[in-house]
Ligand binder design. Sequence first.
Ligand code: NAP
Length: 220
Amino acid sequence: MLPRVIMHNMVSVDGRTVGFDADIGLYYELASCWEVDAHLTGADTLLLADDGATDADDADPPSAEPDVADGRPLLVVTDSRGRLRNLRALRAMPFWRGLVVLCSRSTPQPALERLSAAGIDTIVAGDGPVDLRAALEQLRDRYGVKTVLLDSGGTLNGAMLRAGLVHEVSVLVCPCLVGGATTGSIFRSADAVTPPIPLRLVQVEQVRSDTVWLRYEVAG
Ligand SMILES: NC(=O)c1ccc[n+]([C@@H]2O[C@H](COP(=O)([O-])OP(=O)(O)OC[C@H]3O[C@@H](n4cnc5c(N)ncnc54)[C@H](OP(=O)(O)O)[C@@H]3O)[C@@H](O)[C@H]2O)c1
């Protein structure tokens, strides 16, 4: 069985993922209600939060293999194009027990060598973009991952949704409107999917005076 994937996002009332002051503390406080084995995010989410790290930052001594007895989740990142440079900083963060980068057979060789030299685990799946289903299977088989928090923007969410890999959608609706013609939403896709992905409401909760938490199961 594939890992259960919970897509968790904080949005404006008009469904935008950026352009407002997200309450990150509340976002992760609520996310801790799931005992997940991995956090899955996209390279762009990390690049947009970049700390200015360079190639040299990845040249640290190799880290230990992720310790399965450590209760913290793994951080898993899609990066088939080898764009990430901030791996040392990520690995040093206390939130995760280890870092796994999802690559593909099109990932540039220098990027793979950089990851190997830094002792960072990789999963190679797919020929172009990461084959997300195959990557989830390897996360299950190699690391015992049963539950994943999808903590990303609309692009990776969109790829996961279109591949039918999301089981639950959790949305924190913040009291603001952002607008904009190109502002990110939680489900980016070149075209609308037809038919729409049906959802079944499982929880509605007012979590701050004006913030609402909605949880849905992906139906079918
Ligand atoms: N409000 C919220 O809850 C929330 C949460 C997280 C992030 N964000 C915001 O969202 C923004 C980033 O979102 P984003 O949508 O630009 O990027 P993203 O969600 O980080 O997605 C980009 C990643 O998706 C991968 N990808 C794209 N298409 C794919 C496919 N068909 N198959 C497999 N992988 C695929 C890309 O892989 P490659 O690298 O391999 O090409 C890339 O790593 C940031 O501003 C961040 O702050 C908001």
